[in-house]
Design a binder for this molecule. Structure first.
Ligand code: PLP
Length: 406
């Protein structure tokens, strides 16, 4: 171990970090592609992708080049001035999607905060003052600010912080009748993840999203798709809404958008965007040149036919093997998800034990994720090599074997 790495250890976390996380026992120090090395020089395969962020793996040369070139030019100017990377990235996102305008920020929560505020502002400007209700799904996740936890459908994240933002209701996901019963002319927005990520990697039914679109149009409510986790190529299309063919009024993106560099975006139409004027909303770092230069390189690299085909092929490779492992060891009732966002639903015998799979994988030199207590989640790089998929899944099988034989 080098002297530099010996200076801090996992134990330091418990001494100097606010304990909002419980990170694994090892500390990654370097990554290349889908391989990561820890302080002790141990090599791991990364199927966690920084929670659906490292869309091109670690230290991808195109992203390193974009970041270092921009770092030598201009880091930050604030929004008192605009900058070239922000304008180029906005053009690329607008050209590639339904959207005509982009708002940049630094995280998924901030992108959603902007989306929810915009939806309320549009209703405030256009309709009666009581049109402010937001309908979201049970078990959804939209971020950790007070507004976004209030919209998120998981009380464990929103309880205990005093009064929540009011005017928000939650309906069961994929239940069109429940949504129909909840939407009214007081609804300003319906917010959905096309694939519920944190909630268990649960894809929406096509009829559900189509029905939500119709209901929103009928009631002059905006349809917001939170694509923070499902977007930027992960579903096998640039955004999951394209997979379904259902177009939202507002879309939020983050995570994979920056491939590991923090950035978020809210995309919308010109008609809606004009309800935000100078001063109504903003953030110092939004559209930061470094973040936008990296995101531009991400979109240039992933928005290709080859990438779409590659994600679909990798999906099949993962799914087939995960189903085999599930059957052999009796651990999964279902392997679900779109593209390279996959969830293995634990059988009744293993319910609540996703963390055990996470820990066992770590012991077998593999980084994976959970999505709640009952789902083991995989969100690898979109360019993970077949040899890494096969070797990683061999390691995963050994981890599952060790758990089931314990
Ligand atoms: N929305 C979805 C669907 C997410 O999965 C997440 C993060 O997991 C967020 C929003 C929040 O993003 P961030 O952690 O960047 O604020």
């Amino acid at each position: 171990m080098s002297v530099e790495h010996a200076q801090v250890q996992r134990a330091d976390f418990d001494q100097v970090i606010v304990p909002t996380y419980a990170p694994a026992a090892f500390i990654p120090v370097r990554g290349a592609g889908s391989r990561v090395w820890d302080q002790a020089g141990r090599e791991l395969i990364d199927f966690s992708g920084g929670i659906a962020v490292n869309v091109l793996g670690h230290a991808h040369p195109v992203l390193v080049k974009a970041l270092t070139e921009q770092a030598n030019k201009l880091w930050h100017v604030s929004n008192v001035f605009t900058n070239e990377p922000t304008l180029r990235l906005a053009h690329k996102l607008v050209d590639a999607t339904f959207a005509e305008r982009a708002f940049f920020c630094n995280s998924g929560a901030e992108a959603n905060e902007a989306a929810f505020k915009l939806a309320r502002r549009v209703a405030f400007d256009n309709f009666a003052s009581e049109k402010y209700e937001i309908i979201a799904a049970v078990n959804s996740f939209h971020g950790r600010t007070l507004f976004t936890v209030s919209v998120g459908g998981q009380p464990k994240y929103s309880d205990g912080f005093g009064p929540k933002i009011t005017g928000i209701s939650h309906v069961p996901y994929n239940d069109l009748e429940a949504l129909k019963a909840a939407v009214s002319d007081k609804t300003c927005a319906v917010v959905l993840e096309p694939v519920q990520g944190e909630g268990g990697v649960l894809p929406a039914d096509l009829a559900y999203l189509q029905g939500a679109r119709e209901l929103c149009t009928q009631h002059n409510a905006l349809l917001i798709f939170d694509e923070v986790q499902s977007g930027m190529g992960r579903s096998g299309e640039l955004f999951a809404y394209m997979h379904y063919g259902v177009t939202p009024d507002i879309l939020t993106s983050a995570k994979s958008l920056g491939g590991g560099f923090p950035i978020g975006a809210m995309l919308t139409t010109e008609k809606l965007a004009k309800h935000f004027q100078p001063g109504t909303h903003g953030t110092t770092y939004g559209g930061n040149p470094l973040a936008c230069a990296v995101a531009e390189a991400v979109i240039d690299t992933i928005h290709t036919e080859e990438m779409r085909a590659g994600v679909k092929a990798r999906h099949e490779r993962f799914k087939t093997r995960l189903q085999q492992i599930g059957e052999k060891y009796g651990v999964f009732s279902e392997v679900r998800g779109l593209g390279l966002l996959l969830g293995c639903v634990l059988t009744d015998a293993w319910k609540g034990k996703a963390k055990d799979f996470f820990n066992a994988a770590g012991e077998h030199n593999l980084m994976i994720l959970q999505a709640g207590p009952d789902v083991v989640r995989f969100a690898p790089s979109l360019v993970v090599e077949n040899v890494d998929i096969d070797e990683g899944l061999d390691r995963f099988e050994r981890a599952v074997a060790s758990l089931t034989q314990a």
